[in-house]
Design a protein around this ligand. Structure first.
Ligand code: G6P
Length: 615
């Protein structure tokens, strides 16, 4: 949700900024812009509606010289996507340029005040208020930029990660964060890199500082990083090492990141389990559980919070914890939970699931849970993000950077961590037998190999995909552990192909969606062999009886469904609770190939952003 990049050093800034924007484009892609301080100390700002490539084309005949610059890729909140509303925004005199990720909630009040004092606004954004306010304070109180930023931020309500250039101080970038991520990279040559996440920085340095809420950093080439808070108290940031490799940030020969990430899943799950499941495959060790055993094992209740795909993983977690650990679980949309005045007990464990670790609603839900005295456990992918830093403890899913906007490997990574956590707690609570525990641990370690098999359905699915491109609506049915997978399958299709799709518990279909079924309506049924198999066959018959077209995901060797479904996709058998890991693969591939057939930009679906850092 908006991406920020910055550079100050001895190299040309423009190529670093453009490459950085490309790496962050998954965060927003309706417009982009950059500001450079040229060799003649001019402050040049270039902006374009559309993707980073449009900005590059726009800049092709401009003065792009300079060793200091900031850049931004936008996901619009206030003001339509246009070059005027794109960042950077100038101050009234043209001396300052500012980029921003987040939302200034009191922007209208501030704008009214400044307008009364004669300041004219050019854009419809909340962001412009910030740059105008900072300059107004700077001039009217005769302050230095840093002081003016501190005074201005005292007046601002909302979320922000900002970076500012000052034409009069071409040797400095000032940046600040509050509830929106910002990472500073420390170059070995005295340079500084700045970005919303570590991906644009990884190819230049592995030394980074994740700014904390309230931090304001002053970046000056050759100087040590200076960080203060809004009250000018010096902060002492910790330097961390990032472990992102360049290969993880490239498409590696695949046409889209999404396809690469689908195919990466067996390796990702091996990474996720590495060091956590022993070589004898009879023991799971999660250090978070060792450190906080009592809290977790004696949980009176688990509340899982998350958004989007992470919420779907939470629904699978509920079934795992309830059936294996006998702990009652509630699964909540973080956005609802935070405003619902939920009852939270001090002996509840709240599990926050998030790929990015930056989702604003999930962060707010964590804050609420912490204030209520609950123990908060994070399941996150992005290392060093806000959620792992704000939870009491947690587990990284370790699936590597996920760049495709539609989440794939993060989902299966989340389900794998939830499975390991549920098995660990079940073993500690003696709610499953030792034999069952061991059998399940062994089976979990076999999932990556079985996923390799499941990925072989790719060619079949690619051939089937054109049949579904005409569809206006699709129905995804599943039961038990596979109901959340039906929701997730439908979400994938909606996100990238723009076909309306609904996920439904198969038996509930007759209470409504069955009215929609006709020969035009593709119905995807998850009908793997489990305890509800017979029931799902009846549901397939109900669809068939109304002329519906059934594509069934079945366990390999299934002969009965082959007789009644229009198409079957066969998958390796596994335990019922791990079937979501298997079934997700063909559903991801289906969404992918249908979207490709429809000519959609799979990695950058319209209106979406990968990291939702605003409410
Ligand atoms: C956005 C993304 C989804 C993601 C959701 C939650 O909507 O497009 O793919 O599932 O946010 O994000 P999180 O990073 O918290 O898992």
């Amino acid at each position: 949700m908006c991406g920020i990049v910055g550079y100050i050093g001895r190299k040309e800034a423009y190529p670093i900024l453009i490459k950085g924007l490309q790496r962050l484009e998954y965060r927003g892609y309706d417009s982009a812009g950059l500001a450079l301080i040229s060799e003649q100390s001019q402050l040049n700002v270039y902006k374009a509606k559309g993707k980073v490539a449009d900005l590059e084309a726009y800049c092709s005949e401009k003065d792009i010289s300079g060793y200091v610059g900031i850049a931004h890729t936008r996901w619009a909140t206030h003001g339509e996507p246009s070059s005027v509303n794109a960042h950077p925004h100038f101050s009234a005199s043209g001396r300052l340029a500012l980029i921003h990720n987040g939302i200034i909630e009191n922007y209208q009040t501030l704008k009214d005040k400044l307008s009364k004092r004669g300041i004219a606004f050019r854009s419809a954004t909340d962001t412009e208020v910030l740059v105008q306010l900072i300059e107004y304070i700077m001039i009217s109180n005769n302050l230095e930029l840093l002081e003016a930023v501190q005074v201005a931020l005292h007046q601002v309500i909302g979320a922000y990660a900002i970076a500012i250039l000052d034409r009069n101080h071409p040797d400095t970038i000032i940046c600040a964060r509050q509830s929106s991520p910002l990472v500073v990279g420390l170059g070995s040559d005295g340079s500084f890199y700045l970005a919303s996440d570590a991906s644009p920085i990884a190819e230049y340095t592995d030394q980074v500082v994740y700014l904390n809420d309230g931090d304001i950093a002053v970046l000056q080439e050759g100087e040590t990083l200076h960080v203060v808070n809004i009250d000018n108290v010096t902060q002492h940031p910790k330097v961390k090492q990032i472990d992102v490799t360049l290969g993880q940030l490239e498409k590696g020969g695949y046409p889209y990141f999404m396809l690469k990430e689908i195919f990466e899943q067996p390796g990702c799950l091996r990474d996720c389990m590495r060091g956590r499941i022993n070589a004898d495959r009879d023991k799971i060790t999660l250090s978070a559980v060792i450190d906080f055993r009592e809290k977790l094992v004696s949980a009176r209740r688990i509340i899982i919070v998350g958004c989007g795909t992470s919420w779907h993983a939470g629904l699978i977690g509920k079934q795992l914890f309830e059936s294996l650990c006998r702990i009652p679980v509630e699964v909540e949309y973080a956005s609802e939970f935070r405003y619902r005045e939920p009852v939270i007990f001090p002996d509840d464990v709240v599990i926050a699931i998030s790929q990015s670790g930056e989702t604003a609603d999930t962060l707010a839900a964590i804050e609420l849970a912490r204030k209520s005295g609950a123990f908060v456990f994070g399941i996150c992918n992005a290392i060093g993000a806000s959620i792992p830093r704000q939870t009491s403890t947690g587990v990284y899913i370790h699936v590597g950077p996920e760049i495709g906007v539609a989440s794939t490997k993060a989902f299966t990574g989340q389900v794998t961590v939830l499975s390991m956590l549920a098995l660990t707690l079940a073993n500690e609570r003696h709610t499953i037998s030792e034999e069952m525990y061991k059998e399940m641990v062994v089976e979990l370690t076999q999932i990556p190999d079985k996923m390799e098999q499941a990925l072989k359905t790719n060619e079949q699915i690619e051939r089937l995909a054109p049949i579904f491109t005409y569809a206006k609506n699709c129905l995804y049915l599943g039961r038990g552990y596979n109901y959340p997978v039906a929701l997730e399958g439908a979400l994938k299709l909606k996100e990238i192909s723009y076909i309306h799709a609904e996920g439904y518990p198969a038996a509930e279909m007759k209470h409504g969606p069955i009215a929609l079924i006709d020969s035009e309506m593709p119905v995807f049924v998850i009908a793997t062999r489990d305890k509800l198999y017979e029931k799902v066959i009846s549901n397939i018959q109900e669809v068939r009886a109304r002329g519906g077209r059934v594509t069934a995901l079945v366990t390999e060797g299934d002969e009965r469904i082959t007789q009644i479904a229009d198409h079957v996709i066969e998958l390796p058998d596994t335990l019922e609770c791990f079937q979501p890991l298997m079934v997700s693969i063909p559903l991801q591939l289906l969404a992918y190939h249908i979207a490709v057939c429809k000519g959609k930009d799979v990695d950058r679906p319209r209106n979406l952003a990968k990291s939702v850092t605003v409410e």
